[in-house]
Ligand binder design. Structure first.
Ligand SMILES: Nc1nc2c(c(=O)[nH]1)N[C@H]1C(S)=C(S)[C@@H](COP(=O)(O)O)O[C@H]1N2
Ligand SMILES: [Mo]
Length: 374
């Protein structure tokens, strides 16, 4: 990445983050800064749809209400939530639904993420399901609707910047957290502190930051981010560049399988005569698990299987490593391709084009040069 972050809005963030937008603030992480099992807060990507809300005077008094199709609507402060429900810590991937978008041809609408609209942090909070059981779900409870304290991108509080929701089954998964800490620290304001949702494996847009309300609904939610082509994919492939009108659509839920090479950095040079290159990275697969990662330096003609490290918990990313033999000096394109337990793998060319550019999981390609670059 050749545009280092010099943005005052990203104070405290790694200078290597790549700023995609100022207002709303959007920044992605180059793959080589995702080389740790736990992504440091300083390197974690940022995605706002609106402007930042007012920081609260007292984080412990932040309040969350739960209403709608429940027996007992609740309004609880962060202090009460922390006191009344068991704390859980999981290391889990958070990934923007548009991660990989910039690889679509022709260009799709939206922030041009490469592969760095994702990170894997240690989230501490309470299971949303525990709180929903306390509120008592009615039989009519089918869907959630999430609200945060941030104004939209014009600064108006009249309509939410984004308000998405999920099927109740996902809300009841113990990994779906009301999170108040990240990597052992109080949840940073930029990442939705004092309280946010973390809905692992599904588009990051469900993980509402600055969370103030969860409305339990008797139907699919219809807030901003739930309508039209938002977070929806054509069920049958459509021609790249078409407007998607008339296509049958499904809501993007579990994110597709993806891998990144986090070491070496793209463009790395090795001394002449180098015949083995140590490569490592990460792979993840939405609700599923990665079962293998393969690497190629010859355009996919031959593949070498990487070694996978065990996951700490479900939704953790799989760290992998491999040693690649290079036949001689020269420039090599390295490709990494992950496969999940259902046999889904990554296409060699961006596939599944859609107007808003969701779910692009084309293989990550990067280059290294052994000897003198020509
Ligand atoms: N309140 C609120 N929550 C939000 C958003 C937002 O704009 N406002 N953006 C969503 C999107 S699209 C993503 S990908 C994640 C990004 O989380 P991060 O900024 O902590 O990386 O937050 C989600 N939660
Ligand atoms: Mo996102």
């Amino acid at each position: 990445m050749d545009q280092p972050n010099k943005s005052p809005e990203l104070d405290g963030k790694d200078r290597g983050l790549f700023l995609l937008g100022r207002q709303p603030l959007v920044a992605e992480t180059p793959e080589e800064l995702l080389d740790e099992a736990t992504t440091p807060i300083s390197r974690f990507f940022v995605r706002n749809n609106g402007l930042m809300p007012e920081p609260p005077a007292n984080a412990e008094e932040w309040s969350l209400s739960i209403d709608g199709e429940v027996e007992r609507p609740l309004r609880l402060t962060l202090a009460e939530l922390k006191r009344r429900f068991p704390h859980k810590t999981f290391r889990m991937v958070l990934e923007c639904g548009g991660n990989g978008r910039s690889f679509f041809e022709p260009k799709a609408e939206g922030n041009p993420w490469t592969n760095g609209g994702a990170g894997c942090a240690e989230w501490t909070g309470i299971s949303l399901g525990d709180v929903l059981r306390e509120a008592g779900l009615k039989d009519s409870a089918l869907y959630t609707a999430h609200y945060g304290a941030d104004p939209d991108k014009t600064g108006s509080y009249d309509t939410p910047s984004i308000s998405r929701g999920m099927r109740i089954g996902k809300a009841l998964d113990e990994h779906t957290l009301l999170a108040f800490a990240m990597n052992g620290e109080a949840l940073p304001f930029l990442h939705g502190g004092p309280l946010r949702l973390v809905v692992p494996g599904w588009p990051g847009s469900l993980s509402q930051k600055w969370l103030t309300r969860i409305w339990i609904r008797d139907r699919e939610h219809d807030g901003p981010g739930m309508q039209g082509l938002s977070y929806r994919l054509p069920i049958h492939p459509i021609p790249p560049g078409s407007d998607g009108k008339g296509a049958e659509l499904r809501i993007l839920e579990s994110m597709p399988v993806r891998s990144i090479v986090s070491f070496p950095a793209d463009g790395s040079l090795y001394p002449s005569g180098t015949r083995r290159i140590a490569v490592r990275g990460a792979a993840w697969a939405g609700d599923d698990v990665v079962t293998r990662v393969d690497l190629s330096i010859d355009g996919g003609a031959t593949w070498v299987e990487a070694a996978l490290e065990p996951l700490r918990n479900r939704y953790d990313w799989a760290r992998w490593s491999a040693s690649l033999a290079v036949p001689g000096d020269g420039a090599y394109e390295i490709m990494a391709r992950a496969t999940d337990s259902k046999g889904n793998t990554q296409p060699l060319r961006a596939a599944g084009w859609n107007p808003n550019g969701y779910g692009c999981n084309v293989v990550h390609r990067m280059t290294v040069t052994v000897g003198t670059a020509i």
